[in-house]
Design a protein around this ligand. Structure first.
Ligand SMILES: [Zn+2]
Length: 380
């Protein structure tokens, strides 16, 4: 059966028909669906037996992918990296966690993707005024810091603390991030790479000296804080999107060359935020930089955004719907039923801790049978 399934998936790919879930008219329809969950740092800090029990629950609920948190707060959860120091909490808890976690996921018939949670974000600190560091990367390369139009060095969030970002424009930032991702895929046998925060912090980033210089050179006009809704603001935004396209093109080329057959997926903005973050992921899909986009549809009602998304991305696009379990079980189940009704490529559930108490019901009522992922990987 596994070989047959592989054959059908190959047929789908070979025929260029990406209109899932049903493939090919002459072959027996084979349904595939991505059913993944983001495994957060909190669950990764639990005792090994508890974490393994959680993997059992994922498997029992017929999930088929786990996105393992690798790059966070300026660190990595991997031991022995040459590109990033290991996250101190993980070093103290279980330094070798990734060595057993990846096979533990795969043995349960699920794909393990390396989730690069922070992307261009370079550091987190509860209070930047009390912390002299900007994180390992920016401390070594302070010229790569992303600045807003007023020269602020970090984004302050009243609930979560302070976030520093690398300049998403600078080719040197691109190189550093691509090296981290390439190394991650080399050290452990992940089934895929899951990007996150490949974007600008806000719509008034980045105003660092590199961006000012490059904008003047490429656009023939000085970079200013353009008023929202004006032609100048639109031009700036298109320019920012172009910078991220350049990053994605380079990243994709490196990962395809060094890790052939490993899909690249990305947590991305829902349609209404694509412009603010300059994250035109539709283009990344169209260019083949991405194998699947996971728009974070963290809304109480998905109807309007789902319509916009399908209009813009097209019916056959590899779109995996990011759903927010933190909105509660009733909402999540309603959204899953709604999307099952229209037929979608897959789901990515945010996040392991929030969804855990709902897994039994999800397995019983929605994901009633195991299913292979269209992104490949181990199959039952
Ligand atoms: Zn910049």
């Amino acid at each position: 059966m596994a070989r047959l399934l592989t054959l059908f998936v190959l047929l789908i790919v070979a025929s260029g028909c990406s209109h899932l879930p049903f493939a090919g008219s002459s072959a027996e329809p084979v349904r595939t669906q991505e059913r993944g969950v983001w495994l957060s740092k909190n669950e990764m800090l639990k005792p090994r037996a508890e974490l393994e029990a959680l993997l059992d629950k994922f498997q029992a609920a017929n999930l088929n992918a786990v996105y393992v948190n690798i790059q966070l707060r300026g660190f990595t959860t991997i031991a022995g990296s040459e590109t990033l120091p290991q996250w101190p909490e993980m070093a103290a808890h279980d330094a070798e966690i990734i060595s057993w976690l990846v096979p533990a996921i795969q043995e349960r018939g699920m794909r393990a993707e390396a989730w690069m949670e922070y992307g261009f974000y370079a550091y987190w600190t509860p209070d930047a005024n009390e912390d002299e560091s900007m994180g390992p990367i920016l401390d070594a390369h302070p010229e790569l810091i992303s600045l807003d139009a007023r020269g602020n060095k970090y984004l302050h969030n009243v609930n979560w603390g302070d976030f520093y970002s690398l300049c998403p424009t600078n080719p040197k930032s691109h190189e550093i991030l691509i090296d981290i991702m390439d190394e991650t895929m080399r050290i452990h046998p992940f089934d895929g790479l899951n990007l996150d925060r490949i974007r600008y912090t806000t719509d008034d980033h980045c105003f660092c000296p590199h961006c000012q210089e490059l904008y003047l050179e490429e656009m023939g006009a000085p970079l200013e804080l353009f008023e929202r809704g004006t032609d100048n603001a639109a031009r700036f935004n298109e320019w920012r999107k172009e910078q991220l396209h350049r990053f994605m093109e380079k990243l994709s080329a490196r990962i395809r060359a060094n890790h052939p057959g490993k899909p690249i997926t990305a947590a991305v903005m829902p349609p209404y935020l694509v412009d603010e973050k300059a994250q035109d992921w539709y283009h990344w899909l169209e260019q083949g930089y991405l194998d699947a986009a996971m728009p974070m549809m963290y809304l109480p009602d998905l109807t309007a955004e789902t319509r916009r998304l399908r209009e813009r991305a097209g019916d056959g696009a590899m779109v995996v719907y990011g759903l927010d379990a933190e909105r509660g079980q009733e909402t999540l189940m309603r959204q899953l039923r709604q999307l099952e009704e229209i037929g979608v490529t897959g789901y990515a559930l945010w996040y392991s801790g929030a969804v855990e108490p709902m897994l039994e019901d999800i397995g019983r009522e929605i994901f009633t049978e195991p299913i292979a992922s269209p992104l490949g990987g181990p199959r039952r």
